[in-house]
Design a protein around this ligand. Structure first.
Ligand SMILES: Cc1ncc(COP(=O)(O)O)c(C=O)c1O
Length: 436
């Protein structure tokens, strides 16, 4: 029998995160200030904790994970198993080997806990009392609420209204963990108030919610802002995913030919891919990387240029693949994939030809149907965002069926969909009813 579950023992949990900055083929273009107006760069210490700012520009290849953070990683269920999708392979009739990482075992439902814990830990160490953040799908807000609750910090969350209106249970979960949650745009900030004056039904966007959270945090000396994707330190913390996968593949004497994950701001894709990107850049291993996106916000196909991270232009300019910080995007069920820009590290590597992208149609029925196949064969209910990774893994496996290639495909199931059933119902309603 070939085992389908490849676990790691608690004492095999990595002790260091991997920082790809010193190994990038070209230096990463640094954040910069716009030509006019106040310096955003000088304002950063008012927004972020000191340790996070240090990590953002760190040049060390490996950064030790503090023991207290490792303990909380273990508390949150790490290390997480790698699975061989044998049942799915059989249904597809593919010669490819499919492996997936189980970030859906997270206590709040996604990989976002991996950076929420260290961010809350460093804030507490610095004497901060409250964290402020935005959330799109609601997964990041819940993850930070979890970390703040365990570590002992207050939390305020600005939640993009397009998602908050249909995810009632997620709001209750965040509140249960002690967070204060505002729909964004909100009447709690001048930015939100102005947008609501122009359009009282405004559905919001991540760019707007970031702007509100930054404004709120700046006005309170005991508060800091925290971001759940895009920035270098977030991707650094998320490398725990790929580092665990590398140990797991070593145990079974395998290695992936293809690494796949969905991409909103880039944290779960970066988390699983970056340790393998190192192997491609440094060891010249032949690995293909695919980031999957929605046609609603295919930011990796955008221009590679300097742009703001938020709608209100309060952040420094970051060099990234962007669709423009003022753009409004149609809401989708995978709302975590609806952001105008991709992480600078991922954008640079995309620009240099290391990363391919697949864009799935905005109506999402294609990816939800692939998620249905996954839940019926493997038995795990994925988050809508993770359905994009699953769809691409299945598509790659079907290409192998045509060519006869026995590729090893690794994909990340970044979260579970227990609180997204309304999305499943809306997207699969007809076929679910028909088959029941
Ligand atoms: C389950 C899940 N996967 C993926 C994403 C996309 O974000 P990122 O690109 O930062 O991984 C989100 C964002 O909310 C999410 O909730």
């Amino acid at each position: 029998m070939t085992t389908t579950k490849i676990p790691l023992e608690v004492d095999e949990l990595p002790k260091r995160w991997y920082n790809i900055l010193p190994d990038l083929p070209l230096p990463l273009p640094p954040p910069k200030d716009p030509e006019d107006g106040a310096s955003r760069l000088q304002n950063l210490p008012n927004i972020f904790s000191m340790e996070i700012l240090k990590q953002e520009a760190a040049t060390d290849r490996y950064i030790p994970i503090p023991e207290e953070v490792r303990e909380l990683y273990i508390q949150s269920g790490r290390p997480r198993p790698l699975y061989r999708a044998k049942r799915l392979e059989k249904i597809l009739g593919t010669p490819a080997k499919l492996y997936y990482k189980s970030e859906f075992y997270s206590p709040t439902g996604s990989h976002k806990v991996n950076t929420a814990i260290p961010q809350a830990y460093y804030a507490k160490k610095q004497g901060i009392e409250r964290m402020v953040t935005e959330t799109g799908a609601g997964q990041w807000g819940t993850a930070l609420a979890y970390a703040c609750s365990l570590i002992g910090l207050d939390l305020t969350v600005y939640w993009v209204r397009a998602a908050s209106t249909w995810k009632k249970s997620r709001r209750h979960f965040m509140q249960l963990l002690g967070a204060t949650v505002f729909d964004s745009p909100s009447n709690n900030t001048s930015i939100g108030k102005q947008l609501l004056l122009d359009d009282p039904q405004h559905v919001g966007s991540l760019g707007i919610a970031i702007a509100e959270a930054v404004q709120d945090a700046q006005a309170d000396q005991k508060a800091i802002y925290s971001l759940g994707s895009v920035l270098n330190h977030v991707l650094l913390h998320q490398t725990i995913i790929g580092l665990e996968c590398q140990k797991q593949f070593k145990k079974i004497d395998q290695y992936p030919d293809v690494v796949i994950s969905c991409l909103g701001g880039g944290s779960n894709f970066g988390g699983i891919a970056i340790p393998f990107l190192r192997d491609r850049i440094i060891d010249k291993r032949n690995i293909k990387f695919i980031a999957t996106q929605s046609a609603a916000a295919p930011n990796l196909t955008g221009e590679y240029r300097y742009d703001y991270g938020d709608y209100a232009e309060q952040t420094p300019l970051l060099k990234m693949c962007t669709l423009g910080h003022k753009t409004s995007f149609t809401p989708i069920k995978a709302d975590g994939l609806r952001y105008h820009g991709a992480a600078p590290i991922i954008s640079a590597l995309r620009h240099q030809g290391f990363i391919d992208t697949i864009i799935y149609p905005q109506d999402e029925s294609y990816v939800f149907n692939k998620a249905k196949l996954f839940v019926r064969s493997e038995g795990f209910l994925p988050a809508p965002e993770s359905a994009y990774s699953i769809a691409a893994a299945i598509d790659e496996a079907m290409k192998c069926k045509k060519t006869g290639e026995k590729k090893t495909i690794l994909f990340n199931v970044s979260g579970h969909g227990f609180m997204d059933m309304d999305g499943y119902e809306e997207k699969l309603l007809r076929s679910l009813k028909a088959s029941s």
